[in-house]
Design a protein around this ligand. Sequence first.
Ligand code: 2HG
Ligand code: ZN
Length: 451
Amino acid sequence: MGLEHLLADIVGQAHVLTDPGLTASYETDWTGRFGGRARAVVRPADAAQVAAVLRACAQAGVPLVPQGGNTGLVGGGVPRGGEIVLSTVRIAQLAEVDAALGVVAVGAGATLAALQAAAARVGEDATLDFAARDSCTVGGVVACDAGGARALRHGTARAHVAGLEAVLADGTVLSRMSGLTKDNAGYDLPALLIGSEGTLAVITRVLWRVSRRLPARVTALIPLASVAEAGRVLEALRAHAPSLEACEFFVRDGLEIVLAHQRRRSPVGDAAVYLLAECAAAADPTGELAEALDAAGVRDAVVADDTIGREGLWALREGHTEAINAIGIPHKLDVGVPLARLGDFLERLPQVVGAAAVTGEARVIPFGHLGDGNVHVNVLGPGPQDDRVDDAVLELVVGLGGTISAEHGVGVAKAAWLERARGADELAAMRAVKGALDPAGQLNPGVVLPL
Ligand code: 2HG
Ligand code: ZN
């Protein structure tokens, strides 16, 4: 029997897609830069079906690409050509929140927004958030160790994982869903799978840690002359506002692109750099925020403490991805730079990119999570296949002691850079782990570890 028939026996004919019209949306990543044809897209309903799919693919010698909401930006969740795409969209069950333990069991295919809503209904908060919330899935969030704006206070996905269920390449189901805070019996396999980008196992369920919702929120948009000034404001926020939850930044050019895309006017004065800070607490944190801004000598800021006002300010920051994509296919470098080197990095960026983009114009739009030193360098202009700009930015990052991937993952986009970033010894250790859990290289080949 052919592989497609075997898969149909496992998940049902309706969930094995081969028609190009039906598979297309699973085959290209969100940027439009990465992707290829899938042999088929298969949508199992639970871990048992995932295990059977993995066994069938292993037997047929056909590699498999796990995929959540397909909101990835580094080509880690789309086929290169000829793989089976395993979509987790049907594994979307959400259990009741366990209010005593502060955890909720969630299927890998549930969206982040669905998880957030389930938590909010009982006065809890999933405390991880980013713009793709309505489409990205919890499994993908964990597989990439996604971070977002609130990681500054609450940590990246890793900090929220109280347990995991996952399926290895040979169909073995691993389950650590007891939710015991203290459980150091043996190797922490869930910790190993977080951030492994579908190369070690397919995550099928997550026990997600929630926190009590903090009802009072206040957001400030602050125009500043430089990144150095933004650093000083961050310092003051840390000193005076323990309720600080997010500290984001963008630049003049990015704001202009977003304003044009959203057809709105800027709510704040013109500046080189904009800082977006948010505080959240049980009682109104406006006083703390004002004290911090005062201490930093900030004279000009727009402050909002109501939902509509806050969302309006956040849309300026979160709207960057979509507004940039509306102009062209960007090169995206999700990098991390130590805060002390951030000013240096941003100052050198245009020149470094300009020199690398030998043909045509390159428009550099950096924005991101200031408090984490996490910059999303978006570059418009160079063709999708032209890696010179990417290489130049990553070279600069490594030279400044930063990381080539902060929260989007390595994917295929940066696999060739992993050895340079981590060194030969670490890469060899990673290959040993991969070889032990997926000896045939069945899972997501070419992602994270270069072929
Ligand atoms: C964000 O922080 C996301 O908005 C996307 O991580 C970043 O589009 C990007 O480069
Ligand atoms: Zn981000």
